[in-house]
Design a protein around this ligand. Structure first.
Ligand code: DX5
Ligand code: ZN
Length: 219
């Protein structure tokens, strides 16, 4: 079995102690940094932008997984490549020409991800799945950390896994929102490869211990 990936979401970090929190992830058993970029238009919240990402990348020693919650993401693909994103995920709902957007991300040397809101049907990816390196299934409505996990996510993972098998794609499945030790194992059993965890990691007093615990649950 390919190793499962834990990606702490920096959205829940202490922005006044960002370097400390980035170093914590470096030293932890986590695999990736998950970076949420929000524009206040596609989602009803604004997180942080390029200068903050640039400074995170300066200190981060693991894969940079950028989740764009912005309209018309094509405008910024080369900017995020230049900033050091390894994986760039755009929202299905924000792309008019998704196939073109995916090719543009790959042409910049990044892996291409597509995120689906909780209401968006897996079937919509059928004609483009073999072009996608990772599908991010939102298990909360995007925009905020600390929300309650949506149970229908398990059914969506299974449906997506079946589509990946049917088409021979090598797409990874990432789950984003409300991940804790209460659902981590079940998500992996259903077919997930990457678990994003924000509040569950950063609101803990023992962040390294929580990451170790999550990693052990999914290994
Ligand atoms: C939500 C973001 C998530 C968020 C997850 O829009 O995409 O990455 O940080 O936070 P938790 O783990 O607290 O639900
Ligand atoms: Zn995210």
């Amino acid at each position: 079995m390919t190793p499962k990936i834990i990606a702490p979401s920096i959205l829940a970090a202490d922005f006044a102690n960002l370097q400390r929190d980035v170093e914590m992830v470096n030293q932890s058993e986590a695999d990736w940094f998950h970076i949420d970029i929000m524009d206040g238009v596609f989602v009803p919240n604004i997180s942080f932008g390029m200068p903050v990402l640039r400074d995170i990348v300066k200190h981060a020693s693991k894969t940079i997984d950028v989740h764009l919650m912005i309209i018309d993401p094509d405008r910024y693909i080369s900017t995020f490549a230049g900033l050091g994103a390894d994986i760039l995920t755009v929202h299905y709902e924000a792309c008019t020409h998704l196939h073109r957007t995916l090719q543009a991300i790959k042409a910049e040397g990044m892996e291409a991800g597509v995120a689906l809101n909780p209401h968006t049907n897996i079937d919509l990816l059928e004609d483009v799945i073999t072009d996608i390196d990772m599908v991010c299934l939102m298990s909360v409505n995007p925009g905020f950390g600390g929300q309650k996990f949506i149970e229908n996510t398990y059914a969506k993972i299974k449906k997506l896994k079946a589509l990946i098998h049917k088409t021979g794609a090598t797409t990874k499945i990432e789950i984003d929102g409300g991940v804790t030790d209460q659902n981590a194992e079940k998500l992996i059993e259903a077919g997930a490869d990457v678990l994003v965890a924000g509040s569950y990691v950063f609101k803990s007093k023992d962040q390294l211990g929580i990451i170790k615990h999550l990693k052990a649950l999914v290994s």
